[in-house]
Design a protein around this ligand. Structure first.
Ligand SMILES: *Cc1c(COP(=O)(O)O)cnc(C)c1O
Length: 387
């Protein structure tokens, strides 16, 4: 097996020499010619039954070769047998919940997590009843006979809490654990190796990496992937092949982007923690961060997301957002450029106010996704914006 970086460059490209191409063919077909009805019918059965592949793709809602390439590459990087790609991270979570709802109605969720994930789970829209806890140490005591899934997000959005994945898996016993690993990427963390059943990503973020793709993926073993594909064929939450092409294109540079952004983030987190306008910095790379011991063990590095609390509260935070010039005031994260936003006012708006406060989503909190610009320009920008 090749090492991570070689795999990142070559995964999903194994057949290029045979095809005599040097870039992935972008297949935008919606339908595929059926030369032989017997083969067509057998392929239809296979794909509707959840197979990753068949002799004939039949129709692009059942299978698309460009999407399958990107899926294959991401599965290899994540260390899973399979990957199923969706039109967004939220479509991926929806599919996972609808699938697990067939096994039980109760889903146990550790807060905080991405605001829209929280909102979707709270809504009950996907046929499951979510129970929220804020301490992963309470997973075992909240399991029920009908618990179909445990959901954790580590590092968590927006406060960068780390959860011990191995301990969560142990506490969940026979109940599968799904880890939202969007902030970590497979460069920094591989939850499957720690016992998780599902890893899911908003591939919109680091995996795409350039702010031009909305996508979601679920990585898991083949037996869990098959029903997800069957449901995707039935419900149609597909990743468009052009989006899959762009997603695949981002993978060779994933490690470089993650590491360059992380190097910048380490510097900015340290300097922010010493700045008089800042009350607190939430960053797993700082020694006083809760569960910092998981950096270097569960995670190979602290990543490039952080949140910081302005002493001046809401108005000071709004002022920083208004004044940044190199950084962009915008939601989303994991792009090559730095993005700063206000969780309470934007991404976590739908989280109930009491939950916001209990989980540290305060009026003065800003979340910063550090990009790969020159770190001194980023620091100068922050200093002038906080002034
Ligand atoms: C953005 C995000 C999501 C949602 O993904 P979309 O691609 O925007 O649908 C889920 N989890 C985390 C941690 C995210 O940052």
């Amino acid at each position: 097996m090749s090492r991570f970086q070689t795999t990142a460059v070559h995964a999903g490209r194994e057949d290029f020499n045979a095809l005599c191409v040097h870039a992935p063919p972008l297949d935008l077909s919606t339908t595929y010619p059926i030369a032989d009805l017997g083969t067509g019918s057998a392929s239809f059965d296979a794909l509707i039954g959840g197979a990753a592949d068949a002799a004939n793709p039949i129709y692009a809602r059942l299978h698309n070769p460009t999407v399958a390439r990107a899926e294959k590459a991401i599965a290899v990087l994540e260390g899973t047998q399979a990957c199923v790609a969706y039109s967004s991270g939220m479509a991926a979570l929806t599919a996972l919940l609808m699938d697990r709802a067939q096994h039980g109605k109760h889903v146990l969720v550790v807060r905080p997590l991405y605001g829209t994930s929280d909102h979707l789970l709270e809504s009950g829209l996907c046929g499951v009843q979510a129970e929220f806890i804020t301490d992963a140490g309470q997973i075992a005591s909240h399991l029920r006979p009908d618990t179909a899934l445990v959901i954790i997000e580590t590092p968590s959005n927006p406060t960068l809490n780390l959860i011990d994945i191995r301990a969560a898996v142990q506490a969940a016993g026979t109940v599968p654990v799904a880890v939202d690993s969007t902030f970590a990427t497979p460069v920094l963390q591989r939850p499957i190796e720690l016992g998780a059943a599902y890893v899911w990503h908003s591939a919109t973020k680091f995996l795409g990496g350039h702010g031009d793709v909305i996508a979601g993926v679920i990585c898991c073993d083949e037996a869990r992937a098959a029903p997800l594909r069957t449901m995707r064929a039935a419900t149609g939450a597909l990743l468009h092949p052009l989006a899959a092409y762009l997603l695949h294109r981002g993978l060779p540079t994933l490690k470089m982007r993650v590491e360059a952004a992380q190097a910048n983030a380490k510097v900015l987190a340290q300097r922010l923690s010493e700045h008089p306008a800042v009350a607190k910095v939430h960053y797993p790379g700082l020694a006083d961060s809760p569960n910092a011991h998981l950096v270097g063990t569960q995670m190979s590095g602290p990543g490039s997301l952080m949140a910081f609390e302005m002493r001046g509260g809401h108005d000071a935070a709004a002022n920083v957002m208004a004044k940044v010039q190199v950084m962009t005031s915008a939601v989303s994260l994991g792009s090559v450029d730095s993005l700063i936003q206000h969780p309470a006012g934007l991404t976590h708006r739908m989280v109930p106010d009491d939950v916001k406060l209990a989980t540290g989503i305060t009026p003065g909190l800003l979340r910063l996704s550090v990009g790969i610009e020159d770190v001194e320009d980023l620091w100068d920008d922050l200093v002038q914006a906080m002034g």
